[in-house]
Design a protein around this ligand. Structure first.
Ligand SMILES: Cc1cc2nc3c(=O)[nH]c(=O)nc-3n(C[C@H](O)[C@H](O)[C@H](O)COP(=O)(O)O)c2cc1C
Length: 329
């Protein structure tokens, strides 16, 4: 049974990865409904939070139904990180997660995200200071290292644990790899196999089928899987993995009616949360996967991503429901 601090997250939990512009409250709620055990917000800038930048502050919203939820923050300045912890606490998350893995240039160039992998002492110091500054469990999400020649993740993870980090999620790529190549889970297993490690070690990167989740659990012996891209527009992925764990068989994919129902609720929640304009626009990236694989879907998808009036978008979803009602996946 894995525990993040005092939070019991079950046996081999499935965690929804933090994803910018994806892991917002509506999507997190749907993933939770569909079996995610822990969900994370997209990353939030500590500098933005302390400046009270509206966009950063809005990202702190959480729904009760998605708990346990972790709010992820990033930054490289100790003072800003500590001040943002206080702001984050007011939103009452269950976990505060630190992003030490974002590879994007504008983040890395400031020494934040994966940039900190060039300064492990600072990484440990920031984590320690944050742990001391909050009563909430602090967790870390990171990559294997800066580049292939500087992978010291076993030592890094142990040092983070020693200063009070309550779990670590490791994306099996280096910063230099960005999203290229295949994620390497072997170094993550080495972290787990370190006899001194007692906090949960979660694996991340390329879990895109129930079989791969089984592999991560049984062959690599990790404590849970963090899932990103496979869930975009497909929140059912979590329950499909769980069904496979329990039965060794694949769960039947959702029917058209289920897909349309979830897509509609997603859109409704997004509009409710962000307002009409942003709600419509930001739900668009999910439609491709909601209706992936359906022959002749293209013209409908095209209309879904170019229509602005909510009533019309709901109308297109109804049309999909009627036209493809008998479709079998
Ligand atoms: C669209 C997108 C946005 C992301 N945003 C974040 C983020 O805000 N914070 C973070 O730690 N990782 C972020 N990531 C990385 C993911 O959390 C995850 O580590 C990566 O996608 C590998 O997992 P996967 O193969 O299951 O997708 C993002 C990834 C994607 C695809």
């Amino acid at each position: 049974m894995a525990k993040i601090g005092d939070i019991d997250v079950g046996n081999f939990p499935l965690l929804l990865a933090p994803m910018e512009d994806v892991s917002d409250p509506p999507f997190r709620a749907l993933c939770k409904e569909q079996g995610a055990d822990v969900v994370y917000t997209e990353f939030i800038s500590s500098e933005g939070l302390i400046r009270d930048a509206a966009k950063s502050v809005m990202k702190l919203d959480i729904y009760e139904k998605e708990r346990p939820v972790g709010i992820q923050i990033f930054g490289a300045n100790l003072d800003s990180m500590l001040r943002s912890v206080e702001i984050v606490e007011a939103s009452k998350p269950d976990i505060i997660d630190i992003n030490f893995g974002c590879p994007v240039k504008k983040v890395v160039s400031k020494g934040a995200g994966a940039g900190i992998l060039k300064d492990i002492d600072l990484m440990v110091k920031l984590t320690e200071a944050m742990v001391k500054h909050t009563h909430l469990p602090v967790t870390v999400k990171t990559r294997l290292g800066w580049d292939h020649d500087s992978i010291r993740i076993v030592e890094v993870a142990e040092r983070l644990q020693d200063v009070g980090c309550k779990s670590i999620a490791i994306h099996g790529r280096t910063r230099a790899q960005l999203y290229k190549g295949e994620a390497d889970w072997k170094p993550i297993a080495e972290v787990k196999n370190n006899q001194r490690m007692h906090i949960p070690v979660f694996g991340n990167g390329d879990v895109d089928s129930p079989e791969r989740a089984v592999e991560m659990r049984d062959q690599y012996g990790l404590d849970g899987a963090m899932i990103g891209r496979a869930s975009i527009g497909y929140p059912w992925f979590f329950n499909e993995v769980k069904h496979f764990f329990e039965t060794g068989e694949h769960k039947a994919p959702p029917t058209i009616a289920e897909r349309v129902e979830v897509a509609k609720r997603h859109l409704e929640m997004s509009i409710g949360w962000k307002g009409e304009k942003l709600g419509i626009v930001e739900t668009r990236r999910h439609y491709t996967n909601y209706f992936k694989g359906i022959r002749d879907i293209k013209p409908y998808r095209q209309r879904l991503v170019t229509t602005d009036a909510p009533g019309d978008v709901f109308g297109i979803l109804d049309e999909i429901n009627d036209r493809f009602a008998e479709y079998t996946f």
